[in-house]
Design a protein around this ligand. Structure first.
Ligand code: GUN
Length: 296
């Protein structure tokens, strides 16, 4: 069994990105600048956003964090987005999700300039992705592709079973793995909460992407020998033996599944750190595209 080490791989990526930034600076070019909008005080979102800001500093990007109170109106948020769209120094920005219930998430995502949409959530980028055109890939699926490639996991002709159909992970993952690309060319089955006899599908899978958000859902009896496991889940579960009172659990029961797997991502330290590294990669790409008048 080989661990797909997202911590190490994301560090390698950040070193590569930092090197590109050094070269940009040496050539007198613009320093990439990422902005993040955080609405409210959700604990997990605050942690994610601060990790993103920290990563910017690590690779040499400029960063701007816009923190808005949870009672912010949709109109105010749309106004902040418009300001970032029109700010020439900002290369890319994200609106951290989830948003408070009174704000229409899709309306907000639609307002982001697709050329600055480094999360890859705007319908223009989703459509471009589906059509195999140059675009910003959503960071989590992008990170999974990168991990599969760097560990030379064979995907061509393999059966990939995706569990979960979210717009952020499951849906794009199913599209990307079916496309003609290095980590791709696979036969894909997408499963979800209404799938009957899920185990019948997972037992046939060469590669499983678990992205349903239920801790330790996928167990050893549900997978075949030699399977590759990508665990996207990360949930806080109570654990009295920990000082914090909780531990982080993936969607995969690591102990039983890892006994059968040929490759598996740990939680934490698997997909999570890759997501942040790919956001940095998209921001670098956004900056370079702008320098090249959007011809790449
Ligand atoms: N919330 C959970 N994942 C993400 C992500 O990749 N981007 C943003 N903006 N919000 C998220």
């Amino acid at each position: 069994m080989i661990l797909l080490d997202g911590k190490k791989t994301s560090n390698d990526l950040k070193v590569e990105i930092a090197e590109s930034v050094k070269q940009l600076k040496a050539q007198g070019k613009k320093t990439p600048h990422l902005a993040a909008i955080l609405v409210g005080t959700d604990g997990a979102s605050m942690t994610y956003v601060s990790s993103k800001v920290k990563a910017c500093h690590l690779v040499g990007f400029n960063s701007t964090l816009i923190e808005l109170p949870s009672e912010t109106t949709e109109a105010t948020l749309l106004h902040e987005i418009e300001k970032l769209n029109n700010n020439n120094d900002i290369d890319g920005f994200i609106v951290q999700l989830p948003l408070p219930k009174h704000i229409n998430e899709q309306k907000v995502l639609n307002a982001v300039d697709p050329d600055k949409d480094v999360d890859g959530f705007h319908p223009t980028n989703v459509g471009r992705m589906a059509l195999d055109m140059p675009c910003f890939l959503p960071a989590t699926p992008f990170g999974i592709l990168e991990l599969l490639e760097r560990y030379h996991v064979k995907t061509s002709g393999k059966h990939v079973v995706v569990i979960g159909r979210s717009h952020i992970v499951g849906r794009p993952m199913s599209i990307l793995m079916s496309q003609k690309r290095k980590a791709g060319d696979a036969t894909v089955t997408i499963t979800h909460s209404r799938t009957k006899n899920l185990k019948e599908f997972t037992l046939q899978a060469d590669i499983i992407v678990a992205a349903l958000g239920i801790p330790e859902f996928l167990t050893g009896d549900m997978v075949k020998d030699g399977v590759t496991i990508i665990d996207v889940g990360i949930t806080r579960v109570e654990d009295a033996t920990k000082k914090s009172g909780y531990r982080l659990a993936g969607d995969v029961h690591f102990e039983s599944v890892s006994k059968k797997a040929s490759f598996i991502t740990p939680v934490p330290g698997g997909v999570g750190p890759m997501t942040i590294a790919m956001l940095m990669k998209n921001t670098l790409l956004a900056c370079e595209r702008k320098e090249n008048n959007f011809v790449i």
